[in-house]
Unconditional design. Sequence first.
Length: 184
Amino acid sequence: MDISGGIQASLSGRYAMALFELARDERVLDTVSADLDKVTAALAESADFRALTRSPLIGREAAGKAIAATAQAMGLGKVTGQMLGVLAQNRRLAELPAVIRAFNALAAAHRGETTAEVTSAHPLDAGQLGALKDKLRQRLGRDVAINAKVDPAILGGLIVKLGSRQIDGSIRTKLNTLAHAMKG
């Protein structure tokens, strides 16, 4: 299944497609994927890094220097560092999370995987992610890459999105359904 046409329709998708094609041609897909995992973790953990990517007050030159220093400090590869530099130069750092999501979708499709977006109330450990991958692999009949997010508002359970399908096993939804049923 070719998903590249839909991804290229968005601004972030065009950056992701360019990054994917360069990483594939340079044979560094796994390295870039690992680098983007580091960037995603940094966005989640560092308020300063988030501010750097989101603030319209930071100019091109300052953003470029800060991104280059950050990429070096994180030990990111050449291709990933260059992509971050291009985003900074074009004042598109705010698109970084969307670029990463689109790149991950392209990389998963290239490996023959399906990407599942999993939302949980608390971070899942490696064992839980492995068990979930196994269950989804059995259900779908192919490998599954998991993009895990944390949203305490769901209270507990999981919400799993596979393309246009969604499996909502969150406690919040179950409580809402029960409240609706009790109203009559």
